[in-house]
Design a protein around this ligand. Sequence first.
Ligand SMILES: [Zn+2]
Length: 123
Amino acid sequence: MPEMKIRRELLEMLFALGKAEHPNEFLAILKAKDGIIEELELAPGTYSNENSASFSIDMMPLSTDTAGSAHSHPCGLVRPSDADLKMFPKIGRFHIIIGTPYNNDTWRAFRANGDPYDMEVVD
Ligand SMILES: [Zn+2]
């Protein structure tokens, strides 16, 4: 299975989004080129309640370069919820969760099945 890396600039954009949307969540689609996540597209609507996960996956701009998703956990727990584990396989293979305070120490990547994935950050 090919590896996936993430561009540092994009990761920092995700931190900024987490801060901007706090205390709500954001949900973004991650797009990759040649195995490196370099672009994001914000999911339509507000993904504001971890427990309801009421956003519509059907509305998301999924395409062949979609690598997976990124979303924030304002509660700070950096672990996929039951709702996340249902959502992940529908979006892509790699998923990032960013907890408060949204920095280098509070993000983790996961595979679609919820297993932690040690994603490399590239400059
Ligand atoms: Zn979540």
